[in-house]
Design a protein around this ligand. Structure first.
Ligand code: NAD
Length: 262
């Protein structure tokens, strides 16, 4: 399928690892000019080197802590300057910590709000004016299946991510006339560091192995396995493409059938 985005530019946040990195690679493979950011310079250097070795293409990288407004502003300024605007913004972030209601105090809630919710608002606010000027844009937020079906032990994600769903729908109403689409991709269990770490910590708690925990997770999914990060990334790239020109305001799960509702 001809996706028609080979001369576009994209910023993928929180992209040194996991789902964000897989998205960056899929865009590079489509000939998109890609910028990535995350907190750790060494991880960014390693990722950009590996992408260069694999595709023969440089990605632009910026150190950015998404819970800090100044860092987001700086990143977007650098990318705007280098690429003359950001056509495609993918708002990804680190996942909030696991836990139940009694585990968290107000500061924990504020940190999760800053990282998961406000970071997407700040980045979106900064890229939209140029998209409006160009009358073309794609904003894609990486959320979670927790917005469709709460997951036990993930109360911060369950509660805060749904705000982004409301924002996406409202924003899609406002920006449609500028040919800017706004959508959410909601991954199910995906085999990344985050899930591996969750499995290791659950295994300790339950005095079992992380392999057993991952096996139990897989059993709860109709496809009987976890997703590979690339399986999330392909939907993101499709939503960013010319072919997805009439899809906006949606939250689409990529979950192997995990969500039970219709
Ligand atoms: P991951 O831990 O593998 O990667 C997270 C990335 O975010 C890394 O590059 C890390 O450096 C970066 N990061 C973390 N905190 C940051 C910050 N404050 N500022 C900038 N960068 C930061 O995680 P993942 O599994 O790829 O998950 C990505 C997102 O998708 C998370 O929000 C996660 O909750 C969500 N999600 C993941 C799954 C899953 O099963 N993996 C399922 C649903 C939703």
């Amino acid at each position: 399928m001809y996706l028609g985005i080979s001369r576009k530019s994209a910023l993928i946040t929180a992209a040194s690892k996991g789902i964000g990195r897989a998205i960056a690679e899929e865009f590079v493979a489509e000939g998109v000019k890609v910028a990535i950011c995350s907190r750790n310079k060494e991880h960014l250097l390693k990722t950009s080197d590996e992408i260069k070795n694999k595709f023969g293409v440089e990605v632009l990288w910026c150190v950015c802590d998404l819970s800090k407004r100044k860092d987001i502003e700086n990143t977007i300024n650098v990318v705007n300057k280098e690429f003359d605007g950001i056509d495609i913004l993918v708002n990804n972030c680190g996942g909030p910590p696991q836990g139940n209601f009694q585990d968290f105090e107000e500061d924990d809630w504020q940190n999760a709000i800053d990282q998961v919710f406000l970071s997407a608002i700040t980045a979106t606010k900064l890229v939209v004016p140029k998209m409006m000027e160009k009358e073309w844009g794609r904003i894609i937020n990486i959320t979670s299946i927790t917005v469709k079906q709460p997951v036990d032990d993930l109360i911060l994600s369950n509660a805060i991510r749904t705000g982004l769903v409301g924002l996406t729908k409202s924003l899609s109403n406002e920006l449609g006339k500028y040919n800017i689409t706004v959508n959410n991709v909601a991954p199910g269990y995906t085999l990344t560091n985050r899930v591996y770490e969750i499995a290791v910590s659950k295994a300790k708690e339950m005095n079992t192995s992380h392999e057993e925990i991952l096996f139990e997770i897989a059993k709860s999914i109709p496809m009987n396995r976890l997703a590979a990060p690339e399986e999330i990334a392909t939907l993101v790239v499709f939503l960013a493409s010319m072919k997805a020109s009439y899809i906006t305001g949606c939250t689409i799960p990529v979950d192997g059938g995990f969500v039970k509702g219709i």
